[in-house]
Ligand binder design. Structure first.
Ligand SMILES: CC(C)(COP(=O)(O)OP(=O)(O)OC[C@H]1O[C@@H](n2cnc3c(N)ncnc32)[C@H](O)[C@@H]1O)[C@@H](O)C(=O)NCCC(=O)NCCS
Ligand SMILES: Nc1ncnc2c1ncn2[C@@H]1O[C@H](COP(=O)(O)OP(=O)(O)OP(=O)(O)O)[C@@H](O)[C@H]1O
Length: 202
C-alpha cells in the first residue's frame, strides 16, 4: 500500500495592484475553508506601531511619516516609494525578510493542510515562484484596474497609473500562470471562474 501523503498544493495567488487578489482569496476561504497566507497583511504587521522597521522608516523619511497615534502614514509612504525605484528597493529590503519569515512560520503550522493559498503580489518580482506548486493570476482590463484603484485608494488617475507602471506588466504574469482568473466583469463572473478553477484542482 502506498502510504506516501499526497503532495501539498501551495497556490501562489498573484496579479496586479487592485485586480482582485483579496476578492479571490476571501471567496476561496469562505467557500472552501482554505487557509490564506497574505503578504500584504504580513507587510502591515512588519510596520506595526513601535516596530523596529517603523523606527527605521521614521529615521529615513522624518517623524511626520508616523501619525500622532504612532501609526505609519501609508498614503505618504506610498507617494514616496511608488515614485522612486531606489526608495522602493530600500523599503522592500526592510520589509521582505520579515514577510518571508512570516510565511515560513505559518507554513510550518499548516503542513497537514492539503491546500494553502499564498497571496503574494510580488510573487514574480521577488522571485518566489519556487515557493508554490501552481500559480493563479488574477487579471482585469486596464480601465477596470485604474478605476478600482482610484476608487479604493482615493488616488488621482496619475497616482494610479504610477502604481500600475512600477509593477511587472500583467501580460508577463499571465504568460507564466497555470490559471488565469479574468476579473474584468462582475464579481459573480469571477466567482464562477474560481469555482471552475477549484474543481479542476481535485
Ligand atoms: C507603500 C505602502 C505603505 C502603501 O500602503 P497601501 O496601504 O497604500 O497599499 P497596500 O500595502 O495595501 O498594497 C496594495 C498593493 O500595492 C502593491 N504594492 C505594495 N508594495 C509594492 C511594492 N513594493 N512594489 C510593487 N507593488 C507594491 C501590491 O499590489 C499590493 O497588493 C505598502 O504597500 C508597503 O509597505 N509596501 C512595501 C512592502 C511590500 O513590498 N509589499 C508587497 C507585499 S510583500
Ligand atoms: N469584479 C469587480 N467589480 C467591481 N469592483 C471590484 C471587482 N473585483 C474587485 N473589486 C473592487 O476592486 C478593488 C480591488 O479589489 P481587491 O482588493 O480584491 O484587489 P487586490 O488585487 O487584492 O488589490 P491590491 O493588490 O491593491 O491589494 C476593491 O475595492 C474591490 O472591492
Amino acid at each position: 500500500m502506498d502510504t506516501k501523503p499526497p503532495q501539498q498544493r501551495l497556490i501562489g495567488l498573484t496579479g496586479g495592484i487592485a485586480t482582485g487578489k483579496s476578492t479571490v482569496s476571501d471567496f476561496l476561504n469562505q467557500k472552501y475553508g482554505v487557509p490564506i497566507l497574505d503578504a500584504d497583511l504580513y507587510a502591515r504587521q512588519a510596520v506595526a506601531s513601535g516596530s523596529k522597521i517603523l523606527l527605521a522608516i521614521a529615521r529615513r523619511y522624518g517623524p511626520e511619516i508616523v501619525d500622532q497615534q504612532g501609526h505609519l502614514n501609508r498614503q505618504a509612504l506610498g507617494e514616496i516609494i511608488f515614485n522612486n525605484a531606489q526608495e522602493k528597493q530600500w523599503l522592500e529590503s526592510q520589509i521582505h525578510p520579515f514577510v518571508k519569515q512570516c510565511f515560513q512560520s505559518a507554513l510550518a503550522q499548516l503542513e497537514q493542510e492539503q491546500t494553502v493559498v499564498l497571496s503574494i503580489p510580488l510573487l514574480f518580482e521577488a522571485q518566489l515562484t519556487h515557493w508554490v506548486t501552481e500559480i493563479w493570476v488574477v487579471t482585469c482590463g486596464p480601465a477596470q484596474q485604474i478605476e478600482r484603484l482610484i476608487q479604493r485608494n482615493g488616488l488621482t488617475e496619475a497616482q494610479a497609473l504610477a502604481r500600475i507602471a512600477i509593477q511587472m506588466p500583467l501580460a508577463e504574469k499571465i504568460a507564466q500562470a497555470d490559471m488565469v482568473l479574468d476579473n474584468s466583469g462582475q464579481i459573480a463572473d469571477l466567482e464562477s471562474q474560481i469555482v471552475e478553477a477549484w474543481r479542476l484542482l481535485f
